[in-house]
Design a protein around this ligand. Structure first.
Ligand code: GLP
Length: 243
């Protein structure tokens, strides 16, 4: 069972994440951070950036690994996860861009890109703290319902619901949202030493309830967290409303 923390605000959630990561970096300068896109982690990254400055932490040895990427979207596209992670994490935290990795969504290399990404994570020593959001259907990374709970990084097809949810980043035009993605598998995510899942708003209430109180099932990928030895779920009142 994951630890559940109900907070008053995204700022409070962000502070919890920021302190965990700042403490980690202080004790382990070559810390490996698991990074996520989406709106849920944004305040957490802002709080962490502020704390890094305040504590004058040296982040030159820190590495980052993003969860996922769209397939076939130019990495320079502003909504590629490469660009998003650069804008929301790498630059504000002052990380070395060479040390921040995002799965390669180039259609040409998809056969080998997943295994190569998992190998790179292993080589870095494994992820210390993985931040996660949750999709309205319970997905983590881009592991949609039905994804194997033991999966490694691989290509997946996005569900229509996720493409509808993400159309807001593409001029509200679902046609522009890529159909495929490459995502860390649930098995990959579960190897991280600590997981911190953030969820806010009533749109996440069903997914949070299924993840935390439902049975562990591939139909709710986030329910795998119930098997993780160090998982924390931080939610606001609205996201916690169906617990
Ligand atoms: C996308 C990302 C997920 C993220 C989810 C929820 O599908 N691939 O990693 O958790 O969106 O996003 P948000 O936090 O904006 O609700």
């Amino acid at each position: 069972m994951a630890e559940i923390i109900i907070v008053d605000s995204q700022e409070q959630a962000g502070d919890i994440y920021a302190h965990c990561v700042a403490d980690l970096i202080e004790s382990k300068p070559n810390a490996v951070l698991g990074l996520a896109t989406g709106s849920s982690p944004l305040v957490a990254y802002e709080r962490l950036a502020a704390l890094i400055k305040e504590r004058k932490l040296d982040v030159s040895g820190v590495q980052g690994f993003a969860l996922d990427e769209y397939v076939g979207l130019d990495p320079e596209h502003p909504e590629s996860y490469r660009s998003t992670i650069n804008r929301t994490v790498t630059v504000p935290l002052g990380l070395n861009p060479q040390s921040v990795h995002v799965p390669n969504g180039d259609p040409a290399g998809l056969q080998t890109a997943g295994a190569a990404y998992d190998a790179a994570i292993e080589e870095a020593g494994g992820i210390d703290i993985q931040i996660l959001g949750i999709g309205s259907d319970g997905h983590i990374g881009f592991n949609e319902p039905g994804s194997s709970l033991a999966s490694g990084t691989r290509m997946k097809t996005l569900t229509e619901q996720t493409r509808i949810d993400n159309a807001r980043f593409f001029d509200n035009d679902i046609e522009q949202v890529p159909v495929h993605c490459i995502t860390q598998g649930i098995g990959t995510i579960m190897k991280a030493r600590q997981l911190i899942l953030l969820a806010f708003g009533k749109g996440k209430a069903d997914a949070v309830a299924a993840a935390v109180e439902g049975g562990v099932s591939s139909l709710c990928p986030a329910s795998a967290l119930q098997f993780h030895p160090h998982a924390t779920v931080i939610v606001d009142e609205e996201a916690a409303s169906k617990l």
